[in-house]
Design a protein around this ligand. Structure first.
Ligand code: GLC
Length: 547
């Protein structure tokens, strides 16, 4: 296709560096480890890597607390390794998207250390400092004590969003851990320093960025209290209207976009905090971000269904929003949520995992594939003492944290799954003896080979990249059936979520088309579409193309 655009039509593969491949036997993945696996990724057919943080970090939030934005943590390699990663990825036609954490830094960042030193330090205003509150509410609660927080904001990982600093007698703001102070984006020097970080990595050859919680950069200038709402934890018991989504974000995105547009085909995708399609529309477009996550299939509610009716509702809702300039993203797993296979499959069965990966790769939008999703990795379950993730430690057993989906990549059945020669930082899933890349390479029916095939089909058939989405069952029960259609090509995708045979009468007459089977081994298209009725075997994934 002449106008193939990697970030729109291609597949972006997320690597959590400390868990992908360890080259030096310290139990932590690293950049040389990733370089050594680039041929695997090229063979899988992905277009780009999104690399979670590899910057120096004290690991309070496992890399999302950055103490130097323009360096590589020595545990993950060197800047020379990074340059080699760029060159070797590009040599294979793979782009590199870096994770930029610009809402906050580590409390060990030199900027914050200076900021803490005294109230008149030149970097004081680089973070958000406030005197103790004198509001009647806090006076009632604590008398005239100095410990009243400036307002009612809560931190996403628990507790108030304000931490009192004894030395200078003020509070600083942190939307996540106290070890992750939020920077003050309203300060022009901060803005320049942060955009210099963007320029630094662009000059080193990266192709784009994933912006961590970008819509929390700016806070209400008056620091008004958030209104209350029903929820379980303190953080969920507020409507987050004043601690994120402020109008100042748009001019900043305009500036960022201008920097990116100076380099052809460079890209930015935002991690939208409290994502909704409305917000994503607002933040993306020709002079804003190229895309932002709407997380349509991974809402943060504790319980959500996974059935054709719910999925179609989600798909149709976003189809109504993402038109013209706005391009959706397909996300089923990442480093913050339980893996797809953990949520939707039972035991070691991969039939439903095949359905999930088909959705990921055939819905309209850029697929973001999380490392290990292609072999159906499941979350590792950990004992309380093994939990590393701070919210997991805090909320156990109600929430066990995010370590489960961050376990080492399962390459083969040698000790530690071929990830490392030493005990890894998180345990390897015990299923690695059977579930690993080497074993699935050999098995023609494996999820890995199925995923490879799907990626190749997506590359070959423009309808799967940019074709419109047309549902063929508008009131689905057991199956999802839809078309991806351009003016010259139609691909039909049918997914039977049930473990029994189903026969679905389609809403539109499809018998006139001459169908060819794309995915199943035998050409059963005629039988499948007799009388405009689609007959699907248990958990069948069927893809047909016309003409
Ligand atoms: C984002 C990251 C998450 C991190 C948080 C704070 O949500 O995805 O892993 O903990 O930001 O940086």
């Amino acid at each position: 296709m002449d106008d193939y655009l990697w970030w729109r039509d291609g597949i972006i593969y997320q690597i959590y560096p400390r868990s992908f491949a360890d080259s030096n036997g310290d139990g932590l993945g690293d950049l040389p480890g990733i370089i050594a696996r680039l041929d695997y990724l090229a063979d899988l057919g992905i277009d780009a890597i999104w690399l979670s943080p590899f910057y120096p970090t004290p690991d309070a939030d496992f890399g999302y607390d950055v103490s130097d934005h323009t360096a590589v943590d020595p545990r993950f390699g060197t800047l020379e390794d990074f340059d080699r990663l760029v060159a070797e990825s590009h040599r294979r036609g793979i782009r590199l998207v870096l994770d930029l954490v610009l809402n906050h830094t580590s409390d060990q960042h030199p900027w914050f250390r200076e900021s803490c030193a005294s109230r008149d330090n030149p970097k004081r205003d680089w973070y958000i400092w406030k005197p103790p509150s004198v509001s009647p509410h806090f006076r009632r609660k604590w008398g005239e004590s100095k410990r009243g927080a400036p307002n009612n904001w809560q931190a996403a990982f628990g507790g108030p969003a304000w931490e009192y600093d004894e030395t200078t007698g003020q509070y600083y703001l942190h939307m996540f851990l106290a070890e992750q102070p939020d920077v003050n984006w309203r300060n022009p020097e901060v803005r320049k320093a942060q955009l210099d970080v963007v320029r630094f990595w662009l000059a080193r050859g990266v192709d784009g960025f994933r912006l961590d919680v970008f819509n929390a950069y700016f806070k209400d200038a008056q620091f008004k209290n958030n209104p209350p709402k029903f929820g379980l934890r303190g953080f969920d018991r507020q409507c987050h209207v004043y601690d994120c989504d402020q109008p100042e974000m748009i001019p900043l995105l305009n500036d960022l976009r201008a920097i990116l547009d100076a380099h052809p085909e460079h890209y930015a995708v935002g991690e939208t905090f409290f994502a909704t399609p409305e917000k994503v529309l607002y933040y993306s477009g020709p002079d804003r971000l190229h895309a932002a996550f709407s997380f349509d299939f991974t809402p943060t509610d504790l319980f959500y269904p996974w059935n054709p009716a719910w999925l179609l509702k989600q798909i149709e809702r976003r189809e109504a929003f993402f038109t013209g300039e706005h391009w959706p993203t397909n996300v089923f797993s990442n480093h913050d949520i339980p893996r797809t296979a953990t949520r939707y499959t039972h035991g070691e069965q991969d039939a439903l995992a095949k359905i999930a990966v088909t959705l990921l790769l055939t819905l309209r939008g850029t697929p973001f594939m999380y490392y290990g999703e292609e072999i159906g990795m499941r979350d590792v379950s950990l004992r309380r003492g093994e939990i590393m993730d701070p919210p997991g430690k805090r909320y156990w057993p109600i929430f066990k944290g995010r370590d489960g989906c961050r376990s080492p990549m399962q390459w083969d059945d040698t000790p530690y799954a071929g990830f490392s020669s030493a005990k890894p930082w998180l345990p390897v899933h015990p299923n690695y003896h059977q579930r690993n890349v080497a074993a699935q390479n050999e098995d023609t029916d494996s999820l890995l080979n199925f995923t490879r095939k799907l990626i190749a089909l997506r590359k070959e058939y423009p309808a799967l990249q940019r074709g419109e989405f047309v549902p063929l069952l508008t009131r689905p029960r057991d199956a999802l059936v839809y078309l991806r259609r351009t003016a010259t090509q139609t691909v039909l995708v049918a997914l039977n979520f049930h473990d029994r045979r189903v026969c679905e009468p389609l809403d539109q007459d499809m018998t006139g088309n001459r169908w060819r089977s794309l995915l199943t081994a035998r050409d059963d298209s005629a039988a499948l579409l007799s009388d405009n009725c689609l007959e699907l075997a248990p958990h069948q994934v069927c893809m047909l193309v016309s003409p």
